[in-house]
Every structure is written in C-alpha cells, then in structure tokens.
Design a protein around this ligand. Structure first.
Ligand SMILES: Nc1ncnc2c1ncn2[C@@H]1O[C@H](COP(=O)(O)OP(=O)(O)O)[C@@H](O)[C@H]1O
Ligand SMILES: [Mg+2]
Length: 234
C-alpha cells in the first residue's frame, strides 16, 4: 500500500474532529473521499500531511509510519497537496509558479517537467507569462495542480478540485485528472460531483462525523440512491 490510515483520530486543539478514519490507497490508485460539509474530509488531508497530527491511530506512507514527522518532512517523502482555494504566488508568472519550488521529493523515475505540465493543461502554456493574479479561477486551479506535480509527489491530495468553477472549466479539470490517472499518478480527491468522480476514481471512501462509514466502487456510490441519501444528501 502507498498510503494507509488505521483508525486515525485528530482535531484542532481540544476539539476532536476525526474519530476513526481508516482507508488505503495503492500505488497508482485514485480514491475519492466524499461526505457532507463539515464531516472531516479536509481534516483527513491535514492529518495525512501532519498539519493536524493524529492523536491516535496511524498513518503509513510507502511503508513508513508518519507519526511525529513535521509537515515539510511528509511533503518531502512525496505527498503533494492542492488545498481548497488554489493558493498560487500572485506576483510570479505561470512559468515561475511552476519552477520556483520544483523538486523531485517523491524520487519519481520520471519527474514532471514544465512542458509536460503544459501538455496536461494547454491553457497554461498560452498563459505562461501571465502573473498569478491575472488568472481565472480555472486557470489558477490548473496552475495549483501543476505546481503540486512539479514537487514530484507519489501521492497527490486534491481538496475540492472543481469547487466554484464553471461547468466547462470543471470538465477541463476532470479531463486533466483523467490524464494524470493514465500516467499512474496516485490521487486522493475530494469533490462533490459523483458522476465525474466515478470516471477518474474506481473506489470511494465515505466519511461521516469523522468516521469512515462506507467504502466501495464510485460507480455504485454514484448510482445508489439509498447510500446517497444516507451519507451525502443535504
Ligand atoms: N481550523 C479549525 N479549527 C477548529 N475547527 C475546525 C477547523 N477547521 C475545521 N474545523 C471543524 O472540523 C470539522 C470538519 O471540517 P472539515 O475537515 O473542513 O470538513 P469537510 O472538509 O468535510 O467539509 C467541522 O466541524 C469544522 O467546523
Ligand atoms: Mg473541506
């Protein structure tokens, strides 16, 4: 297994948020993490990254327990993150955003290059010299994903990948995630669009009030009214 969470509990200060989160991601696998708002999806990502260190349970990455490691150490093992809100450097150009922090943390045999990121998102190639603050929401999200890839992640965590984007831009992001999958990139993805998730991820994990309550095929989840109503409808 590339990533394994075993009964992870975590929270913010005195406030517990995760109680028992358990799931695994194999090398090259894409897994969707779904659940209603406030159930602990982003916190699960922060627990993996060491930003909300688990208070009990264990996170293991590439065979290595992550307990006690600082977030930058975990990142340097090859865990990439695209947080909600597409944080990019506003005063750097698109190309500079991609190269400023580039590294091969995950020790990839074939690390990503700027031309490959531009092949993934042709729109970014056209905008190579634009500064970060001139980009549309969709372009900024593409750049945020591209920059995370330039850090050589073995696993990339995508939080609310298409949140707040117009449908046509969302489709572009989904197509790109599909191409990432073809390249064998392991992904943990949080998003609300189940049908689109089912196209890029085979397996889904449902989280409710800080507990993983269901895991199975995304196709089943996208088509099963009862599971949907129980865990996802608002
Ligand atoms: N920085 C924080 N401090 C305290 N509580 C937080 C913080 N961030 C999130 N929470 C709480 O943790 C719970 C889970 O939040 P989150 O993981 O962001 O959920 P999701 O991503 O599934 O919408 C929510 O009740 C939220 O209010
Ligand atoms: Mg969230």
């Amino acid at each position: 297994m590339l990533l394994a969470l075993d009964r992870v509990a975590a929270g913010y200060g005195e406030t517990p948020v995760l109680f028992e989160v358990s799931f695994e991601i194999a090398a090259g696998e894409a897994v969707a993490l779904v659940g209603r708002n406030g159930m602990g999806k982003s916190t699960t990502m922060r627990a993996i990254l060491g930003l909300c260190p688990p208070t009990s349970g264990a996170v293991t990455f590439a065979g290595r327990p992550l307990a006690g490691l600082a977030p930058f150490r975990i990142a340097r093992l090859g865990v990439g993150w695209v947080p909600e809100g597409r944080l990019i450097f506003p005063t750097l150009t698109v190309r500079e955003n991609l190269t400023a922090t580039a590294a091969n943390h995950g020790g990839l045999a074939r690390p990503w290059t700027v031309p490959e990121i531009f092949d993934l998102f042709p729109r970014l190639r056209e905008r190579a010299l634009a500064s970060g603050d001139q980009l549309s929401g969709g372009e900024a999200q593409m750049l945020a994903i591209g920059r995370a890839l330039m850090l050589g992640p073995q696993l990339i965590l995508l939080d609310e990948a298409t949140e707040g984007l117009a449908p046509v831009i969302r489709d572009e992001i989904w197509q790109c995630i599909g191409r990432l999958r073809e390249r064998g990139q392991a992904v943990l993805i949080v998003d609300k669009h189940l049908v689109a998730l089912a196209r890029v991820a085979e397996r889904a994990v449902v989280i409710e009030k800080g507990r993983t309550v269901w895991t199975g095929s995304t196709a089943v989840l996208a088509g099963d009214r009862e599971i949907h109503d129980r865990y996802l409808s608002v």
